[in-house]
Design a protein. Structure first.
Length: 364
């Protein structure tokens, strides 16, 4: 089977994790926690980083840090993994769904303003599959309406927008280190911000709002959370991060090779990379249009028969039972992409001959 997206673990992972085991620093305090936060901040050129137990926790923490809660609305695309939408509900706020662009598959900035109400507190663009949204436009709208921007950059770590790391442009950005992501800690996440105060608040909330008194006692001024990542996993994160640019190079080369082999296949629409953007192609994906001889699902089954794992695009969240009564705009493009989009194998380990065999099935 050629898998959809599996991690590469070939660096210092064993060495750093062994160090934690040898020194007994296995839990949520330890040098690798600090190192991972510092290394990640340096890599992204961002001021503050707060490591968390997963990407979902980072997103919930972002909302809590910005004091978003009951009575508030958050604008979000419906074409997304469900996690960021769920976190809006966790804090008691309401998601408001906006359509996406046909070419980049991320939130359509032309359709945001019509959904803004006096209750709107934030815009939450989800940078899916590796391509960022038009962040200049989003920041302009946010400024005009006095809104926060929380970037869900879980799928776009390493992507750039006008030379800035995706996830560092909004007020807060969130990443995931789940096993299928560009770098992994097994499970993990990170919140980042250039606002020192927000960063400190996020760290405080994520560590049970704990103040250690002179006598060693713990004092808690308000409700806090345990969103911490253990040192063991942070050790793995440090090792993975050492190789991130190599992983990106390989992903981009694989995407280029896929593009070359699929560019003339009738009915297949390729992914884009807009000007002034670096797309990491976290999941290399294409659209199966109406003039392709098979439907998208038929193609998924055909690939499966040939030992190739592929996946359909996210199903629209505004159609899920929990969210079907939420406010949403015209979802024409989201609905179209949900039945046409397909994610193809995208592991760093993917070989050229794998891409060739995948593309020969698609083109034949
Ligand atoms: C777009 C998006 N947001 C959030 C998450 C949540 O991250 P985690 O699984 O680490 O909680 C994921 C994926 O896992 C995701 O793809």
């Amino acid at each position: 089977m050629i898998p959809l997206c599996i991690p590469r673990i070939k660096g210092n992972e064993w060495k750093y994790i062994k160090d934690c085991l040898d020194t007994n620093w296995v839990s949520s305090v330890g040098s690798y926690v600090n190192k991972f936060e510092n290394d990640f901040a340096n890599y992204l050129k961002v001021r503050k980083t707060v490591v968390t137990m997963n990407g979902t926790a980072a997103l919930e923490l972002a909302l809590r840090t910005l004091d978003i809660g009951v009575g508030d609305e958050v604008i979000i695309p419906s074409l997304t993994f469900i996690s960021p939408v769920n976190t809006i509900k966790y804090v008691g706020a309401e998601p408001v769904f906006v359509d996406v662009c046909r070419d980049t598959w991320v939130i359509d900035t032309e359709k945001i303003e019509e959904m803004i109400t006096p209750k709107t507190k934030a815009i939450l663009p989800v940078q899916i599959y590796g391509h960022p949204a038009d962040m200049d436009k989003i920041m302009e709208i946010a400024k005009k309406h006095n809104l926060y921007v929380i970037e869900d950059a879980t799928e776009s770590l390493g992507s750039l927008y006008k030379e800035k790391a995706v996830g560092t442009i909004g007020h807060i950005g969130c990443y995931s280190f789940n096993g299928n992501k560009l770098i992994t800690t097994g499970a993990g996440g990170m919140l980042v911000t250039n606002d020192e105060k927000l960063g400190e608040r996020a760290k405080y909330l994520s560590t049970q709002t704990k103040t250690v008194l002179e006598n060693g006692g713990f004092y808690h001024e308000e409700i806090g959370y345990n969103f911490r990542m253990p040192n063991l996993l942070a050790a793995m994160g440090c090792a993975q991060l050492e190789n991130i640019e190599e992983y990106i190079k390989i992903k981009r080369e694989n995407a280029k090779f896929y593009n070359e082999l699929l560019k003339d296949v009738k009915g297949i629409t390729l992914p884009v990379e807009k000007e002034e953007v670096r797309n990491v192609y976290w999941l290399y994906s294409v659209l199966v249009e109406d003039d392709y001889p098979l439907t998208r699902d038929e193609l998924i089954f055909k690939l499966k028969e040939n030992g190739i794992e592929a996946r359909s695009f996210f199903m629209p969240i505004h159609e899920m039972p929990t969210y079907k009564n939420c406010k949403c705009g015209d979802m024409r493009i989201t609905n179209q992409l949900a039945i046409k989009g397909i994610n193809l194998p995208s592991s760093v380990e993917l070989r050229k001959e794998d891409v060739e065999s995948i593309c020969s099935i698609i083109s034949n």
